[in-house]
Design a protein around this ligand. Structure first.
Ligand SMILES: [Zn+2]
Length: 535
């Protein structure tokens, strides 16, 4: 490239004039080469027919628009055998025939378009001194040729959604070059198979656990080894495990509730009786003792100068209780409970519903009203709460004996992780979970064995593992094993080979970003171009 240092030009071209105005810079450029080649017969010619001017947009200079005024010559073709008699000189390094902008300007517009989107690209280009339209940017992207594919040996295939849960496409990644090689407009087996048929070099196809890509590989690349993706395998195992854990955690919770209610039953029944039973008397006595102890603690802490809130949190009672006790100036005895409230006839029903597992007081209240109860909601609520504190304490003490357990999803996560990566409290949770039931303990061992196989790529142990699961009597894991059995060769390959779909997932994330840059309005052809040429 020659010309001014600020404006490189192809060989044989030079700047003739330069004019700066408010709108930008106008630069007149002339070609100095004495000859030009006919585009049809390639014969050089010196005979100039005429000259004309052509105006081109060029890349901005110092933030100002640049317009090139090209003085272009027309030549006679002197080759008698050539059909073309007159031709225009070609400047292939600077501009394409008929174009209104230089090649470098087009390249910059395209790069801006690829990094942003049509509308955003227009705005960014304007800031950089290039005035263009959305349509121009999109046209340049669509005119880009597909990158050369070369030979693909290891292919990763997965789906992505155009609209979540509605419409899906397929992404294909060369696992060696780590580049997206193509996008397909759907996730049908036939479409993917047709694509694979055009690539007979394929040695291995890494795919998810779904059937479509498996049958696509079987049809389109029968010579290739199928590999089930490790992430999807672990995900499927996790789903099976979560079912098992949820079942056992729910059973444990039910057992606990039952135990609490059984301890509560005498209290409920004593309430049913019109006379106060010795049990209830003893209970009331204990409650008074407890309350008195709290009261004395409150007074002592107050003398130390603690605030109401601090006392409340330390003693474990409400701040309003602290306030009223301190205001009372003496230990406030409870008013004797009125016997024979309107709720009494309904207590057996409440107890029955409670033991059935309905702990929604509002729901119980509605049911009582339907049965003719005329009392207040507060009374139902108050009675249930009053009759349950023993249960709550039991619950609290029993929970303190056995640490609080985590939701099944979290438990699954802990079961699947490497034991050495767990924090101390997480290890304790795992130990507690394993103690719930021998089945849970066995499931942990089996899941860890599978995860170990996956981490160390020792797929040769798969058969032995499947045998253990079959003998285990764990239906959730057995159904996972049935799925593995159906797809065993691919699973074994996935547990043994280096290839997997992690990279494909990464590209799907990138694709989502590109898709959203177009505000979800880009059609498939544009999305495909942008992903294939992503920077
Ligand atoms: Zn010619």
């Amino acid at each position: 490239m020659e010309g001014n240092p600020l404006l490189p030009l192809p060989e044989g071209m030079q700047i003739d004039q330069m004019q700066a105005s408010d709108k930008g810079v106008n630069i007149t450029v002339i070609a100095t080469h004495p000859t030009s080649c006919c585009p049809l017969c390639r014969c050089p010619s010196r005979s100039i027919h005429s000259r004309y001017r052509r105006t081109l947009q060029d890349v901005p200079c110092g933030g100002r628009r640049v317009q090139l005024v090209l003085c272009v010559r027309k030549f006679f073709c002197r080759n008698a055998l050539c059909e073309r008699k007159i031709f225009t000189e070609r400047l292939p390094e600077l501009v394409r025939p008929w174009a209104q902008m230089t090649i470098r300007y087009c390249q910059q517009i395209t790069s801006i378009g690829l990094a942003t989107c049509g509308k955003g690209g227009t705005r960014l280009a304007a800031r950089l001194g290039m005035h263009t339209t959305r349509q121009t940017i999109l046209r340049h992207i669509m005119n880009l040729p597909d990158p050369p594919l070369g030979s693909i040996l290891y292919l990763g295939i997965d789906d992505f959604s155009f609209r979540r849960g509605c419409r899906f496409g397929t992404i294909l990644v060369n696992l060696e070059s780590r580049r997206v090689v193509d996008l397909l407009p759907d996730r049908e087996a036939d479409t993917s198979a047709a694509w694979m048929r055009q690539h007979p070099d394929l040695k291995a196809v890494s795919r998810d656990r779904g059937g479509a890509y498996s049958s696509a590989a079987a049809q389109g690349a029968p010579q290739a080894t199928e590999c089930a993706d490790r992430f999807h395998l672990l995900k499927n195992l996790g789903e099976a495990l979560e079912g098992l854990l949820a079942h056992h955690l729910a059973a444990r919770c039910k057992r606990q509730t039952q135990a609490i209610l059984e301890e509560q039953a005498p209290v409920w029944h004593s309430k049913r009786a019109t006379s106060i039973s010795p049990t209830l008397l003893r209970l009331q006595h204990h409650r008074r003792e407890e309350r008195l102890a709290h009261y004395e603690q409150v007074i002592a802490l107050r003398q130390l100068g603690l605030s109401h809130a601090a006392i409340a949190s330390q003693v474990g009672i409400g701040a309003s209780t602290v306030q009223s006790w301190l205001a009372a100036g003496m230990f406030p005895e409870r008013k004797p409970r009125q016997q024979g409230s309107r709720l009494d006839p309904y207590l057996p029903y409440i107890f029955q519903r409670w033991t059935q597992g309905c702990h929604n007081i509002a729901c119980i209240f509605r049911e009582l009203v339907e049965q003719g109860y005329r009392g207040s909601y507060a009374s139902v609520h108050g009675n249930i709460v009053r009759l349950l504190p023993e249960g709550r304490k039991n619950q609290a003490s029993s929970l303190s004996k056995t640490p609080a357990l985590v939701p099944s999803r979290h438990a699954t996560f802990l079961f699947l992780r490497r034991p050495e990566d767990l924090r101390v409290e997480e290890q304790e949770t795992v130990t507690t979970l394993r103690l719930i039931h021998p089945e849970v303990d066995l499931a942990y061992d089996l899941v860890q064995q599978f995860a170990q196989m996956l981490r160390t790529r020792t797929g040769e142990h798969l058969d032995a593992w499947l045998d253990q699961v079959e003998r285990s009597n764990l239906p959730e894991l057995q159904s996972f094993a049935v799925g593995v059995e159906k797809d065993k060769a691919a699973v074994r390959a996935g547990l043994t080979w280096w290839i997997n779909n992690g990279m494909v997932e990464g590209h799907v994330n990138k694709l989502k970003l590109i898709k959203r840059q177009g505000y979800g309005r880009a059609g498939f052809p544009l999305l495909r171009k942008r992903v294939l040429h992503a920077l």
